[in-house]
Write a protein that binds this ligand. Structure first.
Ligand code: UDP
Length: 239
């Protein structure tokens, strides 16, 4: 018998890079399947799950291929990259027995339905996983900010920021063996120590809305479930 979840509704932020696995770019099938399995575990607990996925594995507006490009144009390309990732993620979810819906912040109606808040809320209440595509729909923002925004809009109790490391550490755990994982810290502590958990816009939005953030590893088996069960996993950033 599973313990009961500590959260009714969560917003999960996955970076585009998380889909790459050990590849240099793109979407690694085995990786996406493993990630979806982690998500399926918490859906089975009855938790309502909304997802925002980045696009860095396909396109990053401010770097690489975008050098010399108009920033806003490059950012729109980045947002379109998140639509591709969202389609791949929702497809993998549907194949693994979940029911996923993609909603886009940019009108692209032949491909995915537009983001309409009441509809997103309805899907979540029905136990469907909602994947929010195209970030905020605006250039000069990030998908971290989209995660904070959508998390606040749908009344998520927690934003889960999936990273490669299983939390926030006092130093780089790869370089410093004495590095300690913070179990929790306040927004103010994170800012004063310059921990760079999310970009400043996303961070400010979460702080203003008193929306806590949990930093955890999506690659650590069972970690997502432990977070949802309220166990000491990852790092909680609170008001
Ligand atoms: N982007 C944007 N507005 C948004 C979200 C994303 O312009 O609201 C663009 C931006 O160019 C960004 C790219 O999409 O570099 C991919 O998003 P992000 O870097 O957040 O993806 P991640 O790092 O999570 O893979």
């Amino acid at each position: 018998q599973d313990a009961s979840p500590a959260h009714k509704r969560i917003l999960l932020k996955l970076s585009g890079e998380a889909l790459m696995g050990d590849d240099a770019f793109g979407i690694n099938r085995a990786t996406i399947v493993r990630m979806v399995e982690e998500v399926a575990e918490v859906v089975r607990l009855g938790v309502e799950v909304a997802v925002v996925i980045g696009g860095g594995n396909i396109f990053r507006g401010v770097a690489g291929g975008a050098v010399g490009m108009d920033r806003a144009t490059a950012d729109y390309m980045g947002m379109l990259a998140t639509v591709m990732n969202s389609l791949a993620l929702a497809d993998a979810m549907n194949k693994q027995g979940l029911t996923a819906r993609v909603m886009s912040a940019i009108a692209i109606d032949q491909v995915v339905e537009p983001y309409v808040r009441p509809k997103a809320l309805q899907y979540l209440e029905e136990g469907k996983v909602v994947v929010f595509a195209a970030g905020t729909g605006n250039p000069f923002f990030t998908t971290d900010t989209a995660a904070a925004l959508r998390g606040a809009e749908v009344g998520a109790e927690l934003v889960l920021k999936a990273t490669k490391v299983d939390g926030v550490y006092s130093a780089d755990p790869k370089k410093d063996p004495s590095a300690q994982r913070y179990s929790s810290l306040s927004f103010d502590e994170a800012i004063s120590q310059n921990l760079g958990i999310m970009d400043a816009t996303a961070f400010a939005l979460c702080r203003d809305q008193k929306l806590p953030i949990k930093v955890f590893s999506i690659f650590k088996a069972g970690a997502l479930k432990r977070v949802v069960l309220g166990e000491d996993e990852g790092t909680l950033v609170h008001v």
